[in-house]
Design a protein around this ligand. Sequence first.
Ligand SMILES: Cc1cc2nc3c(=O)[nH]c(=O)nc-3n(C[C@H](O)[C@H](O)[C@H](O)COP(=O)(O)O)c2cc1C
Length: 205
Amino acid sequence: MHGVAVPGISEAMDGRSEAHRDVLVAFPGTATPCNDRALSQVQEQGRNTMANRRKLLIVAHAPSPNTLKLREAIQSGACHPDIEAVDVIVKAPLDAGPEDVLACDAIILGTTENLGYMSGALKDFFDRSYYPCLEKTQGLPFAFYVRAGHDGTGTRRAIESITTGLKWRLVQEPLICRGGFQEVFVEQCEKLGLSMAASLDAGII
Ligand SMILES: Cc1cc2nc3c(=O)[nH]c(=O)nc-3n(C[C@H](O)[C@H](O)[C@H](O)COP(=O)(O)O)c2cc1C
């Protein structure tokens, strides 16, 4: 990661993570090298290189065109070309489970607010993941965003409560995209994705 101003990230990361040059791009449910050169480097360098890479999991509910834009913006920020050694995995909550959480180094959660709470899909993800992860993911760095038509506080409280139980570590201020849809939400999500991936890449979370 070089020469990119990353909001919310300390100066301390600048110049670190020199070892890996492959840039990976994510497709929903996969972590895939973005071009043939990266793919062949990964294949040539074998297990050690793969073992040194870090995994950022994005689990976000996107039931509308606007919320899809937000999830894509998170993914696009996380796949910034200057991020060198982070694999990004994007999943809808109903497709994600404890095995994904156990395999990742950090997680970004995204949800709509529905009836004062997180989406049923994200709640189902937590219901299936809570106990299998409870003793194994303490300290997991995470961040989250909420798309809320007019509020968002109930969802924020609920996510904070569950993740406190899991002893996950909130490393970014929660992003609440509240009110009528604005393009600035897309920029904020992109910055959040970039911030998390850059922090992982630099080894500061
Ligand atoms: C059944 C239903 C319940 C909702 N409940 C809330 C709510 O409690 N609080 C809130 O801020 N927005 C609520 N909303 C608005 C959604 O959060 C919003 O429509 C959703 O995030 C999609 O955003 P978009 O219209 O920009 O695509 C609700 C929407 C629906 C369909």
